[in-house]
Every structure is written in C-alpha cells, then in structure tokens.
Design a protein around this ligand. Sequence first.
Ligand SMILES: [Zn+2]
Length: 203
Amino acid sequence: MLTANQTVEDILKESEAWLTGHFLLTGGKHSDQYLQCQKVLRYPRKGAILANMLADQLMEQSIIPEVVAGPAMGAIHWELLVAQAFDNRSNEPVIGVFAERPAGSDEFEIRRGIELKPNQKVLVVEDVTTTGGSARKVCELVRKLGANPIAVAAIVDRSGSAVQFDVPFYSLLKLNLSVYEPDQCPMCKEGKPVVKPGSSKKN
Ligand SMILES: [Zn+2]
C-alpha cells in the first residue's frame, strides 16, 4: 500500500530499486548501494507517483513540455509516465518518446515514424544520471531535429551534483554513492560476501 506522505526514498527502497549491502557493479567496482530504477518503474502506480512529483517540481519552475523524450533503454517507461503526468495537467496532448541507438551506432535517433515539430518544447528525462552523457546526446538530437530542449530531469542524480547540462537539470533525489576498487573495499575487508545485483550467486 502507498501512503500519502511516502518519500522518494521510501518508494525506491520498497520496490527494491535502491538496495543497500555489498555489490559488484558492472565494470568490476564494489559499492554499498545499488540502483536499478526499472524495479520501481515496473509498478505503474509507483512510477506515476514519482512522475507526478517531478511534474509538480518542474511546473513550479514554469517548465511545461510538449514532448518528453528519454534515451533507451533506461528511460523507457519513465518518459511515458512523465508525459502522462504533464498530459494530466495540460489542455493539449503531451507526447512521450524514446530515443534509441540502432545496432552498431553510437548516435541516438527518434525512429518508428515519430517526428518532432519545429520549436517544440522537449523535456529530456532519464532514470539515473551518472555522467549525463546519454541525456546530453538526446538534447543534441532534439536540437538537430529543430525542436527545443528546455530541461533535463532524472529520478536520481547520483553524480553528487557534479553533472552539468546547458539547460536546467532537476532530480527527485540527489545521491553521492561511494564506489571502491575491490582491493580497497571496506566491506571486503570486513569479509562481507559480495553480491552481483540481478543474480542470486555470491562471488
Ligand atoms: Zn567489496
């Protein structure tokens, strides 16, 4: 059950999108925390609560998009949930679209017959911002297509507020997560078993 005064932290933790423990991350480093926002976005009701929080936060800043675009795969579901939240607050339909990289390409495209209109106001969203590289590329794509990126927004900014864009950046939660090389990991020194997220195996 969801209660009216749940925080972003509560919603991420109860859906296991935010785990604490001792984790082996992709790339080989260790961390005491792990984020996987698809775990919360699989629950449309919880995803909608987060999207409504974000829409409220952005509307207070007069950021009102006509299109919500996000990079696949991380932003899939999130872009449509955020578009829905703005659509509920608008007289005009708000569109959700994902940008994808065709196999073998490093460049994002908006495909499947969907086109942006000139000067359309586009909010770029992602689930977790680490370096912001994908969101930045989607902003560039939006400009190339003649539309206008007006802001970037994420569920979690895990950059420790270090990331910058050339449009305003908003997030529901800011985290500065510690990651360690295995030979410097304090949990390893304590002898805690390390877990690879998404698998039941322990290393
Ligand atoms: Zn470790």
